[in-house]
Design a protein around this ligand. Structure first.
Ligand code: PLP
Length: 367
């Protein structure tokens, strides 16, 4: 049996009859940038997230950069984020001219360690970007109360967490802005790059929309210099079709995770799940000893795996200038050699999961 890490081909086969006409319609209408289809998707995604506004942008990295810019953050400012994320999060901070300040993760949940945020604050700190890593919301109540005490902005990196909830509240509405990615492999993925910013604040929404479209108010009237980062209509058409299936896929991901939990209990260490969240399992991550051998064994069994992420951000060459060592981020450093992402996607079957469980158990001689 073959179990790919993510199966976008199977997903397309199941949706072809809906996707193909939606794409054809955009081409026939020849309205490729902005227009009805983009407006409709933005409206539908805002409703899904229960947010007042949704602004489509070019990708998830731009979403974070634009959110920071719209909040007036840039040169001379510091922004706090988690040491264990994809580089897009910190890259977006640097792109504004601000300085990135990394904080270690919680050793159990692997989201930002809220107990270490205040130690990282300086007089220049302007914002916190919690990452809802692997699809699990960060501890937003604690983060918001720190932000309120110190007058900081909160921008959620929800690139892995479409539909996740924290104490019944959807991610994307828990800070000043929520930033989403529609990279093809994300829980809601386009057929190319795409992203969105959600916010309940009318002023932020207006600034974000202008910033993403050359700072313009109307054609050839520009209030300031922005950038060109728009969600195009072909991607919006694909996303609007897929959005109608997202809840089904999310429930499937959650059921798959539960099956993994049960089948691997006592065999591997799992990432801790907070009891008060709806985790949407963008990734199902376990911690194993002898990871390289386990991965090689699974590959022989036709099972795809991944590592998210092999090097904590502050230890990347890109951040050598910050002068950090592993001792500065003990939790992130401890997990980096153990984490293993198992196959997870919206239409994974029980038979596929059972094949992976058997493979992991055999790899660890646990059967
Ligand atoms: C995917 C991802 C991003 C960036 O999204 P792109 O659309 O690829 O630019 C940002 N943060 C996290 C945590 C991600 O997983």
């Amino acid at each position: 049996m073959h179990v790919p890490f993510v199966d976008l081909k199977a997903q397309y086969r199941s949706l072809k009859h809906e996707i193909d006409p939606a794409i054809t319609q955009v081409i026939e209408e020849a309205s490729f940038i902005g227009g009805r289809v983009v407006d409709e998707f933005e409206r539908n995604f805002a409703r899904y997230v229960r947010s007042r506004h949704c602004i489509g942008v070019g990708n998830g990295t731009d979403a974070i950069t634009i959110a920071l810019k719209a909040l007036g953050i840039g040169q001379g400012d510091e922004v706090i984020t988690a040491a264990n994320s994809f580089i897009a999060t910190s890259e977006a901070i640097t792109a504004t001219g601000a300085r990135v300040v990394f904080v270690d993760c919680d050793p159990l949940t692997c989201t930002i360690d809220v107990g270490r945020i205040e130690q990282a604050l300086t007089t220049r700190t302007r914002a916190i970007i919690p990452v809802h890593l692997y699809g699990q919301p960060a501890d937003m109540d604690a983060i918001r109360s720190i932000a309120e005490r110190h007058g900081l902005r909160v921008i959620e990196d929800a690139a892995q967490a479409h539909g996740a909830r924290y104490r019944d509240l959807p991610v994307g509405t828990l800070g000043d802005c929520g930033c989403f990615s529609f990279y093809p492999g994300k829980n809601l993925g386009a057929y190319g790059d795409g992203g969105a910013i959600t916010t309940n604040d009318d002023v932020i929404a207006k600034t974000v929309r202008m910033y993403a479209n050359h700072g313009r108010t109307e054609k050839y009237n520009h209030e300031f210099e922005g950038c060109n980062s728009r969600l195009d209509a072909l991607q919006a058409a694909v996303l609007d079709v897929k959005l109608r299936h997202l809840e089904t896929w999310t429930e499937r991901r959650r059921a798959a995770a539960l099956r993994y939990d049960t089948g691997l209990q006592g065999v591997v260490r799992c990432i801790g799940t907070r009891p008060d969240v709806r985790h949407v399992y963008h990734l199902y991550v376990v911690r194993v000893p002898r990871r390289a051998q386990v991965m090689a064994f699974l590959k022989e069994q036709g099972i795809g795996t991944g590592i998210h992420y092999p090097i904590p951000l502050p230890l990347l060459n890109a951040y050598r200038y910050l002068g950090h060592g592993p001792q500065d981020f003990p939790a992130a450093a401890a997990m980096k050699d153990e984490i293993l992402s198992l196959p997870m996607f919206g239409n994974i079957t029980d038979a596929q999961i059972d094949h992976v469980i058997t493979g992991v158990r055999r790899a660890l001689n646990a059967t």
